[in-house]
Design a protein around this ligand. Structure first.
Ligand code: NOJ
Length: 542
């Protein structure tokens, strides 16, 4: 590999959903000290970096994506000293650390929002948010915008004099009021927040809800049909999503980031309409990389996956940004389960159409998909637990569900808790080493996960954990920035080379694919001794 290229161009980043990774203080919730203790596991897995979901003080209306103080750590997650120790240990192990920046909205408990409520209509404190008078004499929301968690994107406040008053915008939960990014005060505050974390030594920043940060002036109706749900990958010219002015924010942050040493990374979460719109987020003076949701949403189908791969690479080439490949996150149904369903593509934010899942089939495909993902050019994001082959937990009792989607959808969409169940590390019963024995994790773990713990898979060469470790090791040895060239092995087969020394074959057909003449099998997700069985993949050295 060419070591002069920035690390993030080819990095494999492990997403740490902090609440569910490891509980260091015995309260049933994951935290920074718990993560710190487990860093050697991540180093041993072979990833390059971790992205840690928000650790800031938060009322947890949306699992920490509702931030009430951007320069501190919630006591349930630890302290700033714990973060400093985490950064030091991670760096000593050769791992980089990316933090999450939630700048589209604050928590409703943020001092700014409290001041905005207390100030009343017309108060300067309201100009940091999007307060508006309602229609129909004030009784109806100012426009037809909708929340990603279901329902309208507006909530009416009670004014300090006790009367029903203005409405404020929240593209997510009501506890997450949207900031007005045309406010110079908002812009300057976040310049400072970005510097605060870069000064502390973080290696990168993940930009939450990036396309949401600019709105069309005047806040015109979007034309959403009644009962519409968020479908940002289909919207064209939407006034509250992917509005062109949003790019000014990224240019601003990039100018700040570029004053730091060490190739600091900005990566955006941006679910937008197609790869060309996505490429705009990673133009040379904007963010460095962006999650590829088209890949995550693609069904288990060779044609669909190839179209996404080609479309992504073609759209990113002109701006010179590397792709990122991602199959799962804390917002979507785990891909073991998705790939076992008749409709195997993902929806985003917990609105997946469920359906029976064949988990044995899903796991076979997920293992093959791991080899595909890690063989594609660019970087990759792994969601904690996918290296263990964890499925979605679909039978969480209703009273355990905490995702705001559940209530806001009128209890029709169960939301994202099923992919957030705490990790099983060891032992025969919950909490499986996630928390001290006898402590109940914040979401219940299935008893059946005893077979999926890190300890259970550790020494088993056929385990999913061993497959990921082997793939990450080989990837480091063999793959850099070599371009992809497709090979034709017939319908339903994705096959490509990366330079003269590497080939990847993924069989999405229902027949075995002969591997004769393709080279020596370096790694396979199933038994490839008599050709490549359906729903498996192999890496080969020609
Ligand atoms: C995206 C985050 O990944 C998700 O968990 C959160 O609910 C929304 N943004 C709102 O911050």
């Amino acid at each position: 590999m060419d070591d002069r290229r920035p690390w993030w161009r080819t990095a494999v980043v492990h997403e740490v959903y902090l609440r569910s990774f490891a509980d260091g203080n015995g309260d049933g919730l994951g935290d920074v000290p718990g993560l710190r203790e487990r860093l050697p596991y991540l180093a041993g897995l072979g990833v390059d970096a971790l992205w840690v979901t928000p650790w800031y003080p938060s009322p947890m209306a949306d699992g920490g994506y509702d931030v009430s103080d951007y320069r501190d750590v919630d006591p349930r997650f630890g302290t700033l000293d714990d973060v400093d120790a985490l950064l030091a240990d991670a760096h000593a192990l050769g791992l980089r650390v990316v933090v999450d920046l939630v700048a589209n909205h604050t928590s409703a408990e943020h001092p700014w929002f409290r001041a905005a409520l207390a100030g009343g209509p017309g108060a300067p404190e309201r100009s940091r948010y999007l307060f508006r008078d309602g229609r129909d004499g004030g009784a109806a929301p100012p426009n037809d915008w909708i929340s990603a968690f279901g329902g309208p994107a507006w909530t009416r406040v009670t004014e300090p004099d006790g009367r029903p008053g203005q409405w404020y915008l929240h593209l997510f939960a009501p506890e997450q009021p949207d900031l007005d990014w045309t406010s110079p005060e908002v812009q300057e505050e976040f310049d400072d927040v970005v510097r605060f974390w870069l000064d502390r030594g973080v290696d990168g920043i993940r930009v939450d809800a990036a396309p949401a940060m600019a709105k069309v002036p005047g806040l015109p109706d979007a034309g959403h049909p009644p009962g519409a749900t968020f479908a940002s990958s289909e919207w064209v010219g939407n006034p509250h999503w992917d509005v062109d002015e949003v790019h000014e924010v990224f240019r601003r942050w990039r100018r700040i980031g570029d004053t730091y040493d060490g190739d600091r990374l900005f990566v955006s979460e941006a679910v937008v309409n197609g790869p060309e719109r996505l490429a705009r987020y990673v133009r040379p003076d904007e963010l460095h990389t962006t999650f590829n949701f088209d890949y995550l949403k693609a069904p288990w189908d060779a044609g669909a996956l190839r179209r996404v791969v080609d479309g992504t690479l073609a759209a990113l080439a002109p701006v010179g940004a590397p792709a990122t490949w991602v199959l799962s996150s804390h917002d979507e149904t785990r891909h073991v389960t998705r790939f076992g369903r008749a409709h195997s593509g993902a929806a985003v934010m917990g609105f997946d159409a469920a359906g029976p899942a064949d988990l044995a089939l899903g796991l076979r495909r997920a293992r093959a998909a791991a080899l595909l993902t890690l063989a594609l050019p660019g970087g990759a994001y792994l969601y904690q637990g996918e290296e263990l082959g964890l499925p979605e937990v679909e039978d969480l009792p209703a009273d355990a569900l905490q995702d705001p989607t559940w209530e806001r959808s009128g209890r029709t969409a169960r939301g994202r808790d099923g992919c957030r169940v705490p990790l099983p590390w060891s032992g025969e019963r919950p909490p499986f080493g996630f928390a001290p024995d006898g402590v109940a994790p914040w979401l219940p773990q299935p008893e059946g996960w005893r077979a999926l713990t890190v300890a259970a898979q550790d020494a088993d060469p056929s385990s999913t954990l061993s497959l990921y470790r082997a793939a990450l090791r080989l990837r480091r040895e063999l793959l850099g920035e070599q371009p992809l060239s497709w090979l034709d092995l017939g319908d339903g087969v994705l096959a490509f080379s990366r330079g003269p020394g590497f080939r990847c074959v993924v069989n999405l057909s229902d027949r075995a694919v002969p591997l004769d003449g393709l080279g020596r099998v370096l790694l396979a997700s199933g038994d490839a001794s008599a050709g490549l069985p359906p729903d498996t993949a192999a890496w080969l050295a020609p």
